[in-house]
Design a protein around this ligand. Structure first.
Ligand code: ATP
Ligand code: MG
Length: 802
């Protein structure tokens, strides 16, 4: 049976086929981009099912994004008739959510626990800090959030943190208070989803053993980006060697690429791969070396770039595809010009028959998308932005969701505070503080503290609570769609935004929420009208007695958000399920689904995807590589891997672009072209604009602020030799901008790209300039001290000859 080449493996190369048909033992597939890792993983699932080695209930597959999970299910259904719903395929968060709903009692959570996204988590921390008079200068909430999430990712509860100084002690106290607050309010953040389910598995032998017996096959894509806790979580399902117990008999199949590890900043550990091989005594390691995705000019470009990294496991990647087109490089004068050029190229591509969905624009930071969006919008080219502000994260949507959450759980204080005076109903900050005081002293939720607030403030808040109670009562027997419509209306949200200038978009988004709910109901096949339950491949209906669902190995679970309680079979209400979906769903399926649109996303979000034509934009020092990462070697190597991921998304055509100037965060920056250009094979490139030396490219050639002083350079006098260069000069230089200059004269004769010397930091290169006169500041990348912002009126910078 194992040797029989089934049609499933017919199209695969020998290494791929070998990987797909490995015996049920631990395996690591380590291979470069586009070598078919994801395809092998998906095909293996199909092969396991088809050869009868596993039923759908015996398989768990972990993907990195919801999108990838959906794609995997689609591909599987195309390969063989199988009920994918019974399988556990999803992201770590999605699977943990499903697990905790089923075992909420063991986890000490209400079944209807709500999920805090990153924004919610931050506001919960801010609220806590205020309540406990935490000095937010010493302990900025963002930093606390980072600390708490970091602890959780390392599997540490407050008591596990090693306290060495007062600062850590205070942070741990806040962590503890935060946990208590979440527990009281019945909410769970992303890190908690993972940690809590890990602990349930660790501390409950029957549950752990049940799942170890159930999941005979655990498959993990993008294994290089797992963190410590995720790895420990996987171990729980397979217990590589528990002393005194027979081996659990399940197989972990991990696929990954060390060169594509791009989440170290969030705790990912490439070292998990080596640990896995050692701890699981992995017998099968397979390398895939043939790339099926990209033309060879593109592949060579990627290979050459990544060869500049020192710490690599070492893999080769070749292709049978021809050279294909050269990689096109474009330099523009501004980000607007860059976007306009892209739009023109896209129009040409479209004329040549490339569908829009096969064109992707990739950038390093979300903030870069706006200018591209404007250009696309003006050209009437449909586009879709992935991974930016998720649909469910938009302010108006969060407001609506807060009302909905309060219907489910009146004690959700985060939601309460969000909407108690939104739309404005005359409840001031003072009244809210009063309410919080009462709640604190009587140890109850804000909702229950209302009667303790007297006077006018008390009446206004009581009216708000009464509004919620009425809504809850009225919506009891309604469908999800009706509930949302009622809430949008009665809360006054729609009316509020109708009267707001430029509130039209927000009203549209709120209406979109109704659509989102409707498609959710249809997709998940529940709601009052949905009676037809899916039928499995043997023709029997999947509706079973609730009790059997939890601990029966092959019990189907209709969907992740509806995972029933393991003991009682109780499942969430459609509303609660929808709220969970809103917290976990990336939102990529909202808005314009199905339309042929150009794809916009960050490089991080593009992992695992592929497109015929890819534009990588903003290839500038400080942006890509990002300024936060370029001062140390690890950071720079991670940026390079990110660039490797970006390049390897392209099948046929790749564009790389950089711009001399760019508006970012309200400032114009003058950037040097990225150092990555110097690491690409010249023979594969085609410069659409003449190439320039790295730093000269950054000198502003249009409307530059230095226009007034250009003469200094024009006469050929080197700045270093000019006596005018002194700190005094820097601070007192005249500030008359040339008439057409778009930037104010800073009275400084330092250009971007200029090499300078600083007494303390040594030699560096000017990355950007801003401000004028006494406020003039320069951003300088010092070779040994990293990137710094310096006030030019204070810092002694001497230009250096090159
Ligand atoms: P990444 O590292 O970017 O996640 P990957 O290794 O997961 O890439 P896949 O996405 O599985 O690679 O495959 C890349 C492309 O090559 C896909 O379009 C896939 O269908 C195709 N492909 C993989 N193997 C073969 C094969 N044997 N014959 C033809 N095409 C293949
Ligand atoms: Mg992949």
């Amino acid at each position: 049976l194992f040797e029989d080449p089934t049609p499933l493996v017919a199209g695969l190369n020998p290494e791929q086929a070998a990987a797909v048909t490995l015996p049920p033992e631990h395996a690591l597939i380590l291979a470069g981009a586009g070598s078919g890792k994801t395809r092998v993983l998906t095909t293996r699932i199909a092969w396991l099912l088809q050869s009868g080695q596993a039923g759908p209930g015996g398989i768990m597959a972990v993907t990195f994004t919801n999108k990838a999970a959906k794609e995997m299910m689609t591909r599987l259904t195309a390969m063989l008739p199988v009920n994918v719903r019974g399988m556990w395929i999803g992201t770590f968060h999605g699977l943990c959510n499903r697990f905790l709903r089923a075992h909420h009692q063991a986890a000490g959570l209400p079944q209807t626990f709500q999920i805090l996204d990153t924004q919610d988590q931050l506001s919960a921390i801010k609220r806590l800090c205020k309540q406990h008079n935490v000095d937010d200068e010493r302990f900025p909430p963002k930093q606390l959030q980072w600390f708490i999430s970091g602890c959780k990712e390392d599997g540490m509860r407050p008591r596990d943190v090693v306290v060495r100084d007062d600062e850590t002690r205070r942070k741990v106290e806040i962590y503890q208070l935060y946990e208590e607050q979440c527990q009281r309010e019945g909410v769970v953040d992303f890190g908690e989803l993972m940690l809590r389910s890990y602990e349930v598995l660790r501390d409950n032998d029957p549950i752990r053993v049940h799942y170890q017996r159930r999941f005979k096959h655990i498959l993990i894509d993008e294994f290089q980006d797992t963190n410590r806790l995720q790895y420990a979580w996987i171990k729980m399902f397979s217990s590589p060697h528990t002393e005194g117990l027979p081996p659990s008999g399940n197989a972990v199949f991990a696929v990954g690429d060390d060169d594509q590890s791009i989440y170290a900043f969030r705790g990912a550990r490439v070292g998990n791969m080596a640990d896995f091989v050692r701890e699981f005594q992995v017998k099968h390691q397979i390398k895939l070396e043939q790339n099926y995705r990209s033309a060879s000019n593109i592949l060579n470009t990627a290979n050459e770039l990544i060869s500049h990294n020192s710490r690599r496991l070492g893999k080769n990647l070749r292709t049978d595809a021809g050279a294909g087109e050269p990689v096109r490089v474009y330099e523009s004068v501004s980000d607007f010009a860059e976007a306009q050029w892209m739009v023109d190229e896209m129009k040409q591509l479209e004329r040549e028959g490339t569908p829009r969905s096969e064109m992707a624009v990739l950038y390093r930071s979300n903030a870069q998308s706006r200018v591209v969006e404007t250009a696309l919008f003006n050209a009437a080219i449909p586009y879709r932005v992935y991974g930016g502000l998720r649909f469910f994260e938009r302010a108006e949507i969060k407001h609506a969701l807060a009302y909905l959450r309060l219907l489910e759980n009146p004690h959700d204080d985060t939601s309460f505070l969000r909407v108690v005076n939104f739309p404005p109903r005359g409840i001031g900050a003072r009244s809210v503080e009063q309410l919080q005081d009462v709640a604190r002293s009587s140890g109850c939720s804000l909702h229950d503290a209302v009667s303790g607030v007297t006077g006018r403030a008390g009446t206004a808040i009581a009216n708000f609570v009464a509004l919620l109670d009425v809504m809850r009562e009225k919506t009891e027997a309604m469908t999800l769609k009706e509930i949302i419509e009622l809430v949008l209306d009665k809360s006054g949200l729609i009316e509020h935004f109708r009267n707001e200038r430029e509130g039209e978009d927000r009203v549209e988004n709120l209406e979109e929420l109704v659509n989102a709910a409707e498609s959710f109901v249809m997709q998940e096949g529940f709601g009052r009208d949905a009676v037809a339950l899916p039928v499995d491949e043997h023709g029997s209906s999947l509706s079973q007695s609730p009790v059997s669902q939890g601990l029966d190995p092959d019990a189907p679970v209709l969907n992740e958000s509806l995972a029933p309680d393991a003991e009682t079979g109780e499942t969430l209400s459609p509303l609660a399920a929808f709220l969970t979906h809103a917290a976990l769903e990336s939102g990529d399926n909202q808005a314009q689904a199905g339309q042929d649109a150009v794809q916009l996303m960050t490089v991080h979000a593009a992992k695992g995807l592929e497109f015929d034509c890819v534009f990588i934009t903003g290839l500038e020092e400080g942006l890509f590589p990002h300024e936060n990462s370029m001062s140390d070697r690890d950071g720079l190597e991670e940026e390079r891997r990110l660039m490797y991921v970006a390049i390897t998304r392209a099948r046929k055509r790749l564009y790389l672009s950089h711009s001399q100037t760019r508006m970012l965060h309200g400032q114009t920056r003058y950037n040097m072209k990225s150092r990555f250009f110097d690491e690409l094979p010249e023979a594969c490139l085609k410069w659409l604009t003449p190439p320039q030396p790295a730093w000269a490219a950054a000198a502003p050639s249009v409307g530059g602020w230095q226009g007034g002083r250009r003469g200094l350079y024009a006469t050929g006098g080197s700045p270093a030799a000019n006596p005018a260069w002194s700190p005094g000069f820097l601070s007192t230089g005249s500030g008359t901008p040339p008439p057409k200059a778009s930037e104010p004269d800073r009275g400084v004769d330092i250009r971007t790209g200029q090499k300078v010397f600083h007494n303390k930091f040594g030699e560096g290169k000017v990355l950007a300039l801003e401000g004028a006169g006494a406020d003039a500041r320069a951003q300088v990348n010092f070779s040994r001290h990293g990137v710094k912002w310096l006030a030019l009126s204070v810092a002694k910078l001497t230009p250096v000859d090159e």
